[in-house]
Design a protein around this ligand. Structure first.
Ligand code: GLN
Length: 470
């Protein structure tokens, strides 16, 4: 058992290099922590214990054979990662947190899982999430809700609820997740950890169960921005399987960076503590000579209605393949939220309503894209809240889907326009619940976000805050 759990890839690998611990020790420590604490938090659906030990033994063997060189060959050697349960993992059950796929064991792993394995990482298990990634709170899982380790009466944020909790509660060093409208950034924000939603088209969707294909982004959750960058370097780039992918050019971050503050994100309804925390973060950047300018994204108010037309339309098509013949159980096993989205999506695409809803939403999406492009003529990044409030209580919004949907109001812009966004923790509320902000960037310019995020984390230690009792 390791007493002090390493909090970054660097600490992790230094420990392995110095032989302070072995990969088998690390895996054993995480597994016993999961066993001890996760009964309550419910962040995992499946633990891949056997595979984790196999991978750990292999890691220790490689280190013994190759020494330091092993870490050059395998950039993520020994790094323990968990995966949202919508990543297909060969031979390991993948459920999408739905009873439809309760016993489904994939024949293959997707691009990202393979790339991370080739980089030397260790898979520890599959994390809980809202079924089919539909949700903002983690309560819509057929395997029970996940709870926030900062306070078990509160939601951890969704849909990648288990991935946020797994990192915050030290059940894995990093966790893979997906963001179709905030599902990486929101749980990262609500659990006090870092979440990256990459540019649409930078990381392969191959082998990840599709939610809304024009919006799905494949990213991850970590403690530090630096780790986020290291994982992104291993996952990004063309794979010959996802036709939306493009290799980004090596990007050199400019000098005299400017951050835009979109005034529409701060108008009415924003929680006081969230707003204050962002002001404080702004001051940290200003001390580092980053200039702030006010910008405008006038169509922000339409983003959520636009998203909740386009997304169910795509969901209604994507969930068509789960017909009980090809995969898993029959369609009666879909939960209420999936059924709601299938019906909404079918409606907005149906003859007579297509023009009034789907086609109009696509036009507004184009306007939002143009507004974002215009804003980026003036600034290198945009700073905004991730959500209008801090974490809310379990049960508070479950019976009111519209209220739940409004949680995503500040997340939608990045997904509708395809830009990257990085969520970073920035403190705690009076009640000791995490606060944070997001930095959105130009397409394929994640490096600017990493640069700014690292500057911020070098000056602050909010990422060092830990929930008590774990
Ligand atoms: N909360 C949003 C929804 O319910 C987004 C989910 C996601 O990003 N996967 O659709």
């Amino acid at each position: 058992m390791i007493n002090k759990i390493p909090q970054s890839i660097e600490d992790f690998q230094n420990g392995l290099k110095n032989k302070s611990f072995s990969a088998v020790d690390l895996v054993g420590t995480y597994l016993s922590r999961i066993e001890k604490y996760d009964k309550d938090l419910n962040s995992f659906i499946t633990i891949s214990k056997e595979k984790a030990y196999e991978d750990a033994k292999r890691t220790d063997r490689i280190i013994n054979e190759k020494g330091q060189k092993a870490f050059e060959e395998y950039p993520l050697l020994g790094v323990v990662i968990s995966y949202k349960d919508i990543y297909l993992t060969k031979g390991i059950r993948t459920t999408a947190a739905s009873k439809v796929l309760e016993g489904y064991i994939p024949e293959y792993s997707g691009t990202v899982v393979k790339r991370l394995e080739e980089a030397g990482s260790i898979m520890i298990g599959k994390t809980n999430c809202d079924a089919w990634a539909h949700g903002s709170s983690g309560e819509n899982s057929d395997f029970g809700p996940t709870k926030n380790p900062w306070n078990k009466n509160y939601i951890p944020g969704g849909s990648s609820s288990g991935s946020g909790v797994a990192v915050a509660a030290d059940f894995s060093l990093a966790a893979m997740a997906t963001d179709t409208c905030g599902s990486i950034r929101l749980p990262a924000n609500y659990c006090g950890v870092v979440g990256l939603k990459p540019t649409y088209g930078s990381v392969s969707r191959y082998g990840v169960i599709a939610m809304a294909s024009s919006l799905d982004s494949i990213g991850h959750i970590t403690h530090t921005v630096s780790d986020s960058q290291k994982i992104f370097e291993c996952t990004k780039g063309v794979d010959g399987k996802d036709s939306t992918l493009k290799n980004s050019q090596n990007f050199i971050v400019g000098q005299n960076l400017k951050i835009g503050i979109p005034k529409e994100f701060f108008e009415g309804g924003l929680d006081n503590e969230v707003e204050k925390s962002i002001e404080e973060a702004r001051k940290v950047f200003e001390k580092l000579n980053i200039e702030f300018v006010e910008i405008t994204l006038p169509s922000t108010k339409y983003a959520i209605s636009t998203y909740y037309i386009i997304q169910p339309a795509e969901v209604s098509s994507n969930l068509g393949r789960f017909d009980g013949i090809r995969y898993g159980n029959d369609r009666n096993f879909f939960g209420d939220e999936a059924k709601r989205r299938i019906m909404l999506g079918t409606f907005v695409l149906s003859s007579g309503y297509y023009d009034a809803y789907y086609s109009k939403a696509m036009k507004i999406r184009t306007i939002i894209i143009k507004e974002v492009e215009k804003a980026f003529e003036k600034v290198d990044a945009i700073m905004a809240p991730v959500a209008p409030t801090p974490p809310f209580k379990l049960g508070e919004k479950v019976s009111d889907p519209l209220k739940m949907y409004l949680t995503d109001i500040f997340a939608a812009t990045a997904n509708l326009s395809g830009i990257p966004s990085l969520a970073i923790p920035s403190g705690l509320t009076k009640n000791k619940l995490p606060l944070g902000f997001q930095l959105m960037g130009k397409k394929f310019e994640e490096d600017t976000l990493f640069h700014l995020g690292k500057m911020y984390q070098n000056k602050t230690n909010f990422h060092g805050n830990k929930p008590q009792g774990y």
